[in-house]
Design a protein around this ligand. Structure first.
Ligand code: BG6
Length: 486
């Protein structure tokens, strides 16, 4: 359905996420004609900004955003006119709630976006409720981290759930807003040729990678209490695993899709006790050179302690214990400050059951389907082909390549554009349901606990390298290698 005129209230509205992602994405939606004329954005913070300050700040944020490129002055003006700022000190002076109340139009749709640390989400929801601002149709959007373990996640969910019912809660995992991620569902369920192969009979293993060249930047304070397992694996990587491993849902709607994802999470074989040491590897970046620039090691980054066991890299081997996937390892890997940024899902097919080309060197790398999220969104299939020539038969892996940029002349929207649009139209298919988030924590918690209970520490890897040696040993134990090293 088309978006209605909506009052979109962003708590943490002047913060990093809002300026880097939310407001530029809303500008792009406005530019492309997706925002109703009456839709307004009310940024809430403790900053005491005037509307003019907010508009200035937003204007620079929009101009500086890589996806914006050229700002259209008329569009920018129209967009900035939608913005206003209200100062609310959550838990402090109640006057802010009254100001917020007078800033809202009574008969509009309302969306409350909580771009704030999770521990204040509950207070905000209570504040909204006490001020009588929660209309029956009002929606709330929650950002990660959704807790730091199962218990804290349940506490946040309870606090928000006391005010908004589950259907009105939109939990963001921005990976689900990425074009290629949605394309994975289309690839699997709108085509007939993959499904018969999509099981342990034909698939040897799956690799899910999300590595970055950036470090923790100014987020050391947050990151030190989180680490890669909570920051990336619990949410983004497990969501990718779910979409890769799930059964076909009967319909493309919120409950059907999320039911299937939940079943995958519930089928994950628990990683506990001694198996944690065998099936996981942790790393922390040391100083090094990334893309020609010398960078600090994690412990030297400002804003955190000089001694810390926080992992900035994780590799692990997961198993989906069900009929489709029995015996197929899912290798997950994520890390900061490595030499190359790549986010991709690699499906590695088995060898043919019987070769009619004995003694022919096929070389490595054949039989992989790569779904590349970034950079260069696309789908890449390697298959063996005969190399031309009348001499001895030789085979070589050759690529079948689909590049979204080359195939479609339209721009791929930012993940946040898609998700904000879905919030505005009331479609929560690409958002996480409470039971999914909790099932993910249930699987992640024992791993972190086992790490904490040993006296081992994450292995230092040089910034700009391919990550800790342990990640290579982990996959190498079974004679396999990470995709890019084939
Ligand atoms: C966020 C993490 O959720 O995802 C960050 O908190 C990480 O640490 C980011 O850098 C990666 O997102 P993307 O879209 O750049 O792959």
């Amino acid at each position: 359905s088309a978006p209605h005129p909506t009052d979109l209230v962003v708590f943490g509205g002047t913060g990093d996420l809002s300026m880097r992602k939310l407001l530029p994405s809303l500008y792009l939606l406005d530019r492309d004609g997706h925002l109703d004329e009456g839709t307004r954005v009310i940024a809430v913070s403790r900053d005491g900004l005037t509307d003019a300050d907010l508009r200035d700040k937003t204007s620079s944020a929009v101009r500086g955003h890589p996806a914006v490129q050229v700002v259209e002055p008329d569009v920018l003006r129209r967009f900035l006119d939608r913005l206003s700022h209200v100062t609310v000190d959550v838990g402090g002076d109640p006057a802010g709630w009254t100001d917020l109340s007078s800033a809202l139009v009574p008969d509009r749709d309302r969306v409350f976006y909580l771009a704030v640390p999770p521990m204040i989400s509950g207070d905000i929801c209570r504040g909204l409720d006490d001020a009588g601002l929660v209309t029956p149709e009002a929606r709330v959007v929650m950002e990660k981290p959704l807790g730091r373990d199962l218990a804290s996640s349940q506490a946040v969910n309870d606090a928000v759930g006391a005010v908004f019912d589950e259907r009105r809660i939109y939990r963001i995992d921005h990976y689900l807003g990425k074009e290629t991620v949605q394309n994975l569902l289309v690839l699997r369920f709108a085509n007939v040729f993959l499904e018969p192969l999509w099981n342990s009979r034909w698939i040897d293993h799956v690799q899910i990678t999300a590595t970055e060249t950036v470090g923790v930047g100014g987020r050391r304070g947050y990151y030190d209490t989180s680490g890669a397992m909570r920051d990336m694996v619990q949410n983004h990587l497990l969501q990718l695993l779910c979409l890769t491993a799930m059964e076909p849902p009967a319909t493309y709607d919120r409950e059907a899709v999320r039911d299937e994802k939940l079943k995958v999470l519930q089928s994950l074989r628990p990683l506990t006790g001694d198996r944690v040491a065998e099936e996981t590897a942790r790393g922390q970046y040391g100083r090094g050179t990334v893309q020609g620039t010398e960078v600090l090691g994690y412990l030297d980054e400002a804003g955190g302690p000089a001694v810390s066991d926080t992992e900035t890299f994780v590799a692990l081997r997961a198993e989906v214990a069900n009929w489709r996937w029995a015996g197929v390892p899912f290798y997950l890997r994520t890390g900061k400050r490595v030499g190359h940024a790549r986010s991709e899902i690699v499906i590695r097919f088995r060898e043919v059951p019987h070769t009619i080309f004995p003694g022919v060197d096929t070389g490595p790398g054949a039989g992989s389907l790569v779904i590349r999220l970034q950079p260069d969104e696309g789908i890449h299939l390697t298959m063996l082909a005969k190399t031309p020539g009348a001499g001895a038969l030789r085979l070589r892996p050759v690529p079948l390549e689909l590049s979204f940029a080359d195939t479609f002349s339209t721009r791929s929207p930012e993940a946040y554009e898609r998700l904000l649009m879905d919030v505005l139209t009331g479609d929560s298919t690409l958002f996480m349901r409470r039971d999914e988030v909790e099932a993910a924590w249930r699987w992640v918690d024992p791993v972190i606990e086992a790490w904490n209970n040993t006296d081992t520490t994450p292995e230092t890897y040089q910034a700009g390298s391919a990550g800790p040696a342990g990640a290579h040993r982990l996959i190498g134990r079974t004679g396999r290698t990470w995709y890019e090293e084939e």
